[in-house]
Design a protein around this ligand. Structure first.
Ligand code: UN1
Length: 498
């Protein structure tokens, strides 16, 4: 069995601890995908020192040249797309179609970074004094810690690592323990593409040990994290104390509104895709479906019929529509929420239990689940479940729908299905979320647009597109004055100076 090692200062090395952990296939827990080295604080220290040393050189490489390396990485990932997607489906459990999408999102991000190497635009503006010039430059930040979850094991590290490196930062990457194989492949590809030693470092291990060590390290200037709001809040607290730059992409409780004038077939396709893709384990997943009372019964019937027929099983089988959830703890958590929902008085009308028999007995499979009679304030309608569970909520009109949609502490993605442009425009204006889809599901963000949320979903940053470069650069303001005089802003007048 292959042992996967850390990557520090351009070398593949085991943890000093000598400890390892296993990575198993969530659709067949007998299958071990790999044994991974389990790191400690000492390994983190080496990785940070390596990144710090490399920063001196990498930050001076012209951005278009750094971009060339990102382009090569994109091309290698494209060539190896099928192989990486297969590994991804095996260790994460998402179906092949989605696994290919996850890898494609990484490829797209890498190509975008390549292009950005010739942009990294900032501003120039007039000075208030004559013969004086004012402009800004984007500078790298320093050593970044990149901490990512298992649900998008290629796309999410790619969203962070490619822009971070393009902008001239160096990185220590802590991947998730539940899908670490993809992190290994991504870093291998960066190495092959020509990223110099120390610029990207990979340290396998748990959040408590590796994550904490990164977070509190004085040489880490920034932390880019995707995960739960609970962990995000802890990162914000510690990073705040140490005055680090942080970007946090956190939880969601996303809703799709279905109006009485909606194209119901279309709304159905969107809702099924949004709720059950990645078995509901996306921060953008649709976990509430808010339906106008006039079409509620009809739409519910259509939805349940379709959800009941979903083919759940082996992610590698191209006909499978939903795979397992990631691990035992996650399945238990999902099931606990189902129990909570029942106790709260919501009515379970589909699923609500693990799948049993045959191949299901060796994987973390859970039935597509539907609750009705859900009060918007119930825990199942407020808290992030991260599983294939949806809560249907009946409303009287658009205003009520939007109030319900806005009534959680999260605000990542949102959706409305309507054929009425006035409903659509009002939703755009009033929905409190980072992303709003009109006649599209809550999932499916494209990598070249800003991605992030409001309220407890984050700390105001947007990944993706041009906005991610706000995270990975510091603005340098420059005043240039060769007038040969001392010119005092706010005090001297241009007439005197001119
Ligand atoms: C996530 O779940 O953290 O929009 C990211 C989507 C994907 C990204 C999800 N493109 O669903």
């Amino acid at each position: 069995m292959k042992e996967y090692l850390n990557y520090i200062d351009g070398k593949w090395v085991p943890s000093k601890s000598g400890r390892t952990f296993e990575n198993r296939n969530p659709a067949n827990w007998d299958e071990i995908i790999g044994i991974f080295t389990k790191s400690t604080k000492e390994d983190v220290e080496e990785a940070v020192q390596s990144a710090k040393k490399a920063y001196k050189m990498w930050s001076k490489v012209p951005a278009p040249k750094r971009g060339e390396i990102m382009r090569r990485a994109a091309e290698i990932l494209l060539e190896r797309k099928e192989e990486v997607a297969t590994l991804l489906a095996k260790e994460n459990g998402k179906i092949m179609k989605e696994a290919r999408g996850d890898v494609q999102e990484g490829i797209d991000t890498a190509f975008y970074a390549f292009g950005e190497g010739r942009r990294l635009f900032s501003f120039n503006t007039p000075s208030e004094l004559p013969d004086k010039f004012a402009l800004t430059f984007r500078m790298p930040v320093g050593v970044f810690a990149v901490i990512t979850p298992w649900n998008f094991p290629i796309a999410l590290p790619a969203w962070k690592i490619f822009p971070a490196l393009l902008a001239g930062n160096t990185v220590v990457f802590k991947p998730p323990s539940d899908a670490p194989g993809c992190a290994y492949e991504l870093v291998k590809i960066l190495e092959e593409a020509g990223v110099p030693p120390g610029v990207i470092n990979l340290v396998f291990g748990g959040g408590g040990e590796v994550g904490e060590a990164l977070l509190t390290h004085s040489d880490i200037r920034g932390v880019a994290f995707t995960g739960s709001s609970e962990v995000g809040s802890r990162i914000a607290e510690v990073a705040g104390k140490h005055l680090k730059k942080i970007s946090l992409e956190l939880g969601g409780k996303n809703a799709q509104i279905v109006m009485d004038d909606a194209n119901l077939e279309l709304a159905l396709e969107g809702a099924i895709w949004g709720a059950y893709a990645t078995a509901g384990q996306r921060c953008t997943a649709t976990s509430r479906i808010i339906v106008h009372e006039k079409v509620f019964d009809k739409f519910l019937e259509m939805f349940v019929e379709r959800a009941k027929a979903l083919k759940v099983g082996n992610p590698l089988d191209e006909t499978t529509e939903m795979g397992p959830v990631i691990n035992e703890a996650q399945r238990n958590k999902i099931h606990e929420y189902v129990e909570i929902g029942k106790k709260e008085g919501a009515k379970l009308i589909l699923g609500g239990e693990p799948l049993k028999g045959g191949e299901y007995d060796k994987g973390w499979f859970y039935k597509p689940t539907v609750f009705i009679d859900v009060d918007p304030n119930m825990r199942i309608a407020q808290e992030e479940i991260f599983g294939p569970v949806v809560a249907f909520i009946k409303v009287k009109n658009l205003d009520e729908a939007i109030d319900v949609l806005n009534g959680t502490m999260y605000g990542l993605s949102s959706s409305i299905y309507t054929q009425d442009v006035n409903n659509a425009m009002r939703a755009i204006q009033r929905i409190e979320a980072g992303i709003t889809y009109i006649n599209g599901p809550t999932i499916g963000a494209e990598c070249h647009l800003p991605f992030g949320g409001v309220k407890h979903t984050g700390n105001g940053h947007r990944e993706g597109g041009w906005t991610v470069y706000e995270i990975f650069t510091e603005m340098k303001t420059v005043y240039i004055d060769f007038s040969g005089k001392l010119q005092k802003a706010q005090i001297d007048t241009w007439e005197e100076q001119g």
